[in-house]
Ligand binder design. Structure first.
Ligand code: OAD
Length: 243
């Protein structure tokens, strides 16, 4: 039996499918990933701009980077990988969708209850009073300020060295521990604590499936590896409506 057939069988027979996605799931929507090809913006390593230190040193540069990403995301559409996960949720007893992405494309594809580990790109948060506001689709000034107190606002995303939102992180861990199938899609699995979810629920009886262009540091711990584009592979894991 092929790896793809084994994966499809595990998914179709799953009681609770937990899915962890990363930037690769949005790559076919034209959104650059953080590492590998596309991981550079104006010669800067994208991940190095996603830090509180980078923002403290040069908020204008970090905002330029995020405003650029906001524009790309605003123009992008969900791709067949996002759509497949939405369909899958309707065809299995339970599905939990956990994402490291801040682009909200899972929401736009119709997924519900998405656990956003790293926040999202559309909200901004005041660095002075903490007020958060939803600026979905808005074109922001080079240095956005808080509508309440006038302080400097920042993207309401989780940066390196910052804690994940407690409630989201707890819910993600619970889902992975409970799931009998874990689908890990389009993540380089090098950013913690998110990457720790891959092996958190590892036990006899849990099937871990990795979907990526190439093997990653967690590939040794997984059961089934599917190497290719998420937009081509995920639709093949969705059971037909009659199953
Ligand atoms: P990365 O950019 O590190 O990794 C993207 C992964 O997707 C790589 O392993 C690629 O091989 C894979 N990939 C690319 N195109 C694909 C495709 N079409 N189909 C399947 N796989 C594909 O992105 P993440 O692992 O999501 O955090 O990065 C994790 C975190 O690091 C991000 O959430 C962000 C970043 O810095 C913060 O901003 C805090």
């Amino acid at each position: 039996m092929s790896e793809l057939a084994r994966a499809a069988r595990a998914v179709a027979g799953g009681r609770h499918i937990a899915v962890l996605t990363g930037a690769g799931v949005s790559a076919e929507s034209g959104i650059p990933t953080f590492r590998g090809a596309g991981g550079l913006w104006r010669g800067f390593d994208s991940a190095s701009l996603a830090t509180p230190e980078a923002f403290a040193a040069n908020p204008k540069l970090v905002w330029e980077f995020y405003n650029w990403r906001r524009e790309i995301v605003a123009r992008a559409d969900p791709n067949p990988a996002h759509v497949a996960l939405t369909k899958l949720a309707g065809r299995v007893p339970r599905l939990s969708l956990i994402t490291q992405n801040v682009d909200r494309l899972h929401h736009r594809a119709g997924s519900r209850g998405v656990l956003e580990l790293h926040g999202n790109l559309w909200e901004i948060r005041c660095t002075r009073c903490g007020e958060t506001s939803d600026r979905t689709g808005d074109i922001l000034p080079p240095l956005p300020s808080c509508g309440a107190c006038g302080g400097l606002a920042r993207p309401a995303v989780v940066w390196f060295g910052e804690a994940l939102p407690d409630d989201v992180w707890s819910a993600a861990q619970e889902s992975v521990r409970d799931a009998d199938v874990l689908l890990v899609v389009g993540t380089s699995a090098v950013v913690y604590p998110a990457a720790a979810l891959v092996t958190l629920g590892k036990r006899a009886g849990q099937t871990i499936i990795e979907v990526n262009l190439e093997p990653t540091p967690v590939s040794d711990a997984i059961d089934i590896g599917l190497y290719g584009k998420a937009g081509e592979l995920l639709p093949q894991l969705v059971p037909s409506e009659q199953e």
